[in-house]
Design a protein around this ligand. Structure first.
Ligand SMILES: Cc1cc2nc3c(=O)[nH]c(=O)nc-3n(C[C@H](O)[C@H](O)[C@H](O)COP(=O)(O)O)c2cc1C
Length: 139
């Protein structure tokens, strides 16, 4: 299982109402690829965590990197992990953060991907994340 975490700047042209379409298409594609993801958005930043087969994750990242809806993608970490998926169902969970300091703060203060991911998971109950499953309560 390969994991990837990044932070990017939302493009000025991107409007929040476009999240629904982005998420719907991405979710469908991730399901076909056995990729699970969490996409957080606060209006200024995207922060995305992806997990799945290494080749698929890296190939998807090459597509995502070129997407003009964001820019300045900063890789916060990537690597193989032996632990089970954090997200139980294939697809894409989307969360809105209304705390403008949260996403940049995670990045500024976490030392490495594991800590950043822990911080994000601990904060999920405070974020407005789609609750289509009780996935965020699992380890
Ligand atoms: C911040 C961000 C996150 C994205 N996450 C995903 C994703 O998890 N899966 C995905 O397939 N596409 C994702 N996309 C969209 C891809 O860049 C690309 O538009 C899409 O995969 C192409 O889908 P299509 O083959 O249906 O045109 C994301 C785009 C952005 C801007």
């Amino acid at each position: 299982m390969y994991r990837y975490l990044y932070l990017s700047d939302v493009s000025p042209e991107f409007e929040p109402y476009q999240m629904g379409l982005l998420a719907q298409r991405a979710r469908k594609k991730n399901e076909g690829l056995a990729i699970t993801g969490l996409l957080l958005f606060d209006g200024l930043y995207f922060c995305q965590y992806l997990e799945g087969p290494k080749g698929d994750v890296l190939q998807l990242m090459r597509v995502i990197e070129r997407d003009s809806r964001h820019r300045n993608l900063r890789r916060l970490g990537e690597g193989l992990s032996t632990r089970p998926r954090r997200l139980p169902n294939n697809g894409l969970f989307v969360g809105y953060s209304t705390d403008a300091t949260f996403l940049p703060g995670v990045v500024a203060t976490a030392s490495g991907m594991n800590e950043a991911v822990e911080r994000i998971w601990n904060a999920l109950p405070q974020l407005d994340v789609e609750q289509s499953a009780d996935w965020n309560k699992r380890e």
